[in-house]
Design a protein around this ligand. Structure first.
Ligand code: HEM
Length: 134
């Protein structure tokens, strides 16, 4: 990953997480984006949803570092979400990213297009790995 992208992403990551609206806003957008998503998270309260998103973002960003541990964690998630587990279809991952980028756009102070580009570049390849388990 080039340094500029990493810097823009890290700043944005901190900026978004310091906004208390960010995590719940993502889940609001995501669960309203499709009845299938709403149904999957019917039993999951807001606090738990926020914790899951925080954990998700840490797993995806750590995967960029590329340690064995971070790779194994991604494979674990792929298995738990994929055909062997919750059977999450690939198109819902696209929706996940769309909703995340919308929440970033709404919650990041002084948003600009380079911010979105950095999130796509950082998370895209790892989301593609998760999708390959669908
Ligand atoms: C890049 C995308 C995603 C990441 C990184 C991710 C990550 C996670 C993580 C970390 C958990 C917590 C449990 C664990 O650690 O195994 C979780 C739970 C869950 N995820 Fe995902 N997820 C993603 C996409 C999706 C999508 C597209 C759906 C589709 C609806 C989904 C549905 C769920 C459900 C239903 C749970 C369990 C909720 C609960 O325990 O109440 N996830 N996910």
């Amino acid at each position: 990953m080039d340094e500029k992208t990493l810097e823009i992403f890290n700043d944005s990551f901190e900026n978004c997480l310091s906004n208390r609206a960010f995590l719940p806003r993502f889940y609001e957008l995501f669960t309203e984006s499709s009845p299938e998503v709403g149904e999957r998270f019917r039993q999951t309260d807001v606090l738990r949803q926020s914790k899951i998103l925080k954990k998700s973002l840490y797993i995806l960003t750590m995967a960029t570092v590329g340690t064995d541990e971070s790779r194994n964690e991604l494979i674990r998630l792929g298995n738990s979400h994929g055909v062997q587990g919750m059977k999450i279809p690939a198109y819902l991952y696209d929706l996940w990213l769309v909703c995340l980028l919308r929440a970033v756009r709404e919650c990041h102070t002084e948003w600009h297009p380079e911010i979105e580009r950095s999130w796509r570049k950082m998370l895209g390849p790892h989301i593609a790995i998760l999708k390959s388990f669908s």
